[in-house]
Design a protein around this ligand. Structure first.
Ligand SMILES: Nc1ncnc2c1ncn2[C@@H]1O[C@H](COP(=O)(O)OP(=O)(O)O)[C@@H](O)[C@H]1O
Ligand SMILES: [Mg+2]
Length: 358
């Protein structure tokens, strides 16, 4: 639904150059909620502004719903109308709402409809329908100053939906809101995603936002996407920073001759009593050092840091057992960090990480 390819943005001001986007390849599938997370200055806002061509990319392409927006923008002033039309199919929600204080709530939602040339009567009908959709039907005649932050953002969302967009872009839409209001706005976005089949690309610096509503996520650093995938794929990726941030686990070994492992549960395995099976099968006592469980996209997902008696070498079989159950297992500490050099049959030494043949 949204594809960027080699997207680059270099800002030039007073002889200085800032590379805000450095070859971003992004793929957002139709109907998903995709979160881009990253620290301040990572290039997140530049990415979203380049996707709807509010900012002209320095190079690379942006395709939304099959339309190459960069090609439209590149064709000069005559393409203005086509680009405007394509852009009206992309809704945009901002952190600071950007509402007009002199206009009523309904008047604010009507702004994009006016730009689209919708007649007065039809404008009012559409605006009221959208306000109903975001739960603000009774506030149509109020002014923005009479609304709470959450209500203002609902107006912002209604306005973003005016052009019947297929795609909603959100730049830190909940960053100015308290946690409870954040939750209700995220629920609204999730409902719209499901009801309208709206594809959502949201930018955030809050991990909780990703956890609450995203199907997929990408991590941005210094203008580049350094990790990307569905939440399940990220969890299945050893060493994924996003997986660690989504499900942080901590806990130290209680003694030297212990093996500490991080087990990631998702899909089927999350509902199986694997830890008790492991304990019974190998007759070992297992300590849970830390755990983080949650429901992501309706599926139970989690991580657990557990401790097994004995050194790493003694636990190769139990660890293999866990992997056979479909669990992602990472061995913490030094034992696994130093790869084992094992000889595979003949004189064919193989470097096998964590001692488990792949
Ligand atoms: N209009 C601009 N002119 C010059 N530099 C800019 C402009 N907009 C953003 N930048 C710079 O580009 C980099 C990325 O900024 P931004 O996309 O806003 O990141 P984020 O949204 O992740 O905080 C930063 O170094 C920022 O200072
Ligand atoms: Mg930003």
């Amino acid at each position: 639904m949204i594809t960027t390819s080699g997207l680059t943005k270099v800002y030039r001001s007073r002889g200085r150059e800032v590379t805000a986007l450095d070859g971003v390849d992004l793929q957002v599938r139709e109907g998903e909620v995709f979160g881009v997370i990253g620290q301040s200055g990572a290039g997140k806002s530049s990415l979203i502004r380049c996707i709807n061509l509010l900012e002209k990319p320095t190079s690379g392409t942006v395709t939304v719903d099959g339309v190459d927006l960069t090609a439209l923008a590149g064709r000069g002033p005559r393409a203005g109308k086509e680009l405007r039309e394509a852009r009206s199919r992309i809704g945009m929600v901002f952190q600071h709402f950007n509402l007009l204080s002199s206009r009523t709530v309904q008047g604010n939602v009507e702004v994009p409809l006016e730009i689209l040339g919708v007649s007065g009567k039809e404008r009012a009908r559409k605006a009221l329908e959208l306000l109903d959709l975001v739960g603000l039907a009774d506030k149509a005649k109020n002014y923005p100053s009479q609304l709470s932050g959450g209500q203002k953002q609902r107006v912002g969302i209604a306005r973003a939906l005016a052009g019947d967009p297929k795609v909603l872009l959100s730049d830190e839409a909940t960053s100015a809101l308290d946690p409870e209001t954040t939750r209700s706005i995220l629920e609204l976005i999730r409902d719209l995603n499901r009801q309208l089949g709206l594809t959502v690309l949201l930018i955030t610096h809050e991990m909780d936002v990703v956890k609450t509503i995203c199907d997929s996520a990408a991590l941005m650093e210094r203008g580049r996407i350094v990790e990307s995938g569905t939440v399940a794929e990220l969890l299945a990726t050893p060493g994924s920073q996003l997986a660690d941030a989504l499900f942080p686990v901590s806990g130290e070994a209680t003694a030297d001759d212990r093996t500490v492992i991080d087990v990631t549960f998702h899909g089927e395995a999350a509902t199986q009593p694997v830890i008790s099976q492991l304990s019974r099968t190998y007759n070992i006592d297992i300590s849970i050092l830390g755990a983080a469980m949650d429901t992501v996209g309706g599926k139970q997902i989690g991580r657990m840091r557990i401790e097994l008696p004995g050194r790493y070498e003694e636990n190769v079989v139990p660890i293999g057992f866990l992997r056979e159950q479909g669990l992602q297992v990472e061995v913490a500490g030094d034992a696994a960090a130093a790869p084992l050099l094992v000889t595979d049959g003949a004189a064919n030494p193989q470097l096998i990480k964590e001692g488990v043949a792949k």
